[in-house]
Design a protein around this ligand. Structure first.
Ligand SMILES: Cc1ncc(COP(=O)(O)O)c(C=O)c1O
Length: 361
């Protein structure tokens, strides 16, 4: 592959720190995981952070944290990763799929408003590809209808809305540290953030067998703990997050410029209230599948997030969950993400831009 969609980089010092942890034999949650929790909470501007073993676990903890119950409805986008909906179903609650905005790809607050019923308990917007949703609109809806907001910030480490970081904009938030994400941990991991003391307590219990003290169980809970060496790598990754996000923005600006005047390409739209972190740099294009073949032939990595919206997945149909979302369905046919990660060289950027422009000539 000449230009991979993602390239990971570990500093020598981090390798040494991980080796020290491995040699120490202290492998389960320990001082590095706890330091990560403090450092991440401070970075996000949230009162609490809890480190867990995946973004999916973080979503489960967040849902438990707000006290979701069987039969509750949760408003979610369909144009997202499946975990957003599956975690709701795990509690016996129902994901109610909301239309996307064509320009930002994010969940539409206007459509969400139309889907509120007596059973609606929460809204779970996703800051898709690293761009915050319109949080003012969702917070207004939540205040008016007494709903909780869970931010799915799994793709949005460092993203901002009106000067505040995603993860501190609703009641509780979930982040993923999966290896492709802007912030990583050397394997699978996740973080939950909240400003609410009661939610933080429930999240902590749920992620650790409901244990308030050893072998004393105050609530139901499971083992969602983060391993210590993942804590070491996540702390190192947090230190370079802002620098890497800035590089991603520069790469995005380069492509926006390069594709100006190419009628078949729509580049990402960023409303002035928001700071994008380009977890994905995603274009809307004509002839998407043929472009994908062209990129493959030229050894350029790409991603299609998401080819099948959640409401069209067989697993949802099997449960009788359906929706009609024409904007989402069209986006699924038009989107393609191209490499914009911070390790790209100038030559690689030029090569990707030229290869795509040649295709549309
Ligand atoms: C929007 C969204 N939600 C949830 C998840 C789940 O995170 P994880 O894969 O770490 O469990 C992801 C991961 O890709 C995601 O992109």
């Amino acid at each position: 592959m000449k230009v991979p969609i993602i390239q990971l980089n570990l500093e020598e010092q981090t390798v040494k720190d991980v080796t020290d942890v491995l040699k120490s034999g202290m492998w389960a949650e320990g001082k590095n995981v706890h330091a990560l929790e403090e450092e991440f909470a401070k970075y996000i501007g949230a009162k609490h952070a809890r480190a867990v073993n995946s973004g999916t676990s973080a979503l489960l903890c967040a849902l438990y944290g707000i006290g979701i119950k069987p039969g509750d409805e949760v408003l979610v986008p369909s144009f997202t990763f499946i975990a957003t909906a599956n975690t709701i179903l795990e509690f016996g609650a129902k994901p109610v799929f909301v239309e996307a905005e064509r320009d930002t790809f994010n969940m539409s607050a206007d459509d969400a408003k139309k889907k509120i019923t007596k059973k609606t308990r929460a809204i779970m917007p996703v800051h898709l590809y690293g761009l915050s949703v319109d949080m003012d609109a969702f917070n207004d809806l939540a205040a008016k209808h007494n709903l909780k907001i869970i931010e799915d910030a799994c793709q949005a480490h460092g993203a901002e809305f009106k000067g505040k970081k995603c993860g501190a904009l609703g009641d509780v938030a979930a982040f993923s540290l999966y290896p492709t994400k802007n912030m990583v941990c050397g394997g699978e991991g996740g973080l939950v953030t909240t400003n609410d003391d009661a939610i933080a307590e429930r999240v902590k219990l749920y992620s650790n067998h409901g244990q308030a003290q050893k072998y004393v169980h105050a609530s139901i809970g499971f083992n969602f703990r983060m391993q210590e060496f993942n804590g070491v790598i996540a702390r190192a990754s947090l230190k370079v997050l802002d620098k890497n996000n800035q590089k991603r923005r520069e790469n995005a600006a380069f492509f926006n410029d390069a594709f100006k005047g190419v009628d078949q390409i729509e580049t990402p739209v960023v409303p002035s209230s928001r700071v994008h972190v380009y977890h994905q740099y995603t274009l809307k294009v004509k002839n998407r599948d043929k472009l994908a073949e062209h990129l493959q032939k030229n050894e350029i990595g790409y991603g299609i997030h998401y080819q099948i919206p959640i409401h069209e997945q067989q697993s949802m149909k099997n449960m009788g969950i359906t929706a009609k979302l024409p904007v989402t369905e069209q986006l699924a046919k038009d989107v393609i993400s191209i490499p914009a990660h911070p390790m790209l060289s100038k030559e690689q950027l030029d090569f990707v831009a030229k290869t795509i422009k040649d295709f549309f000539k």
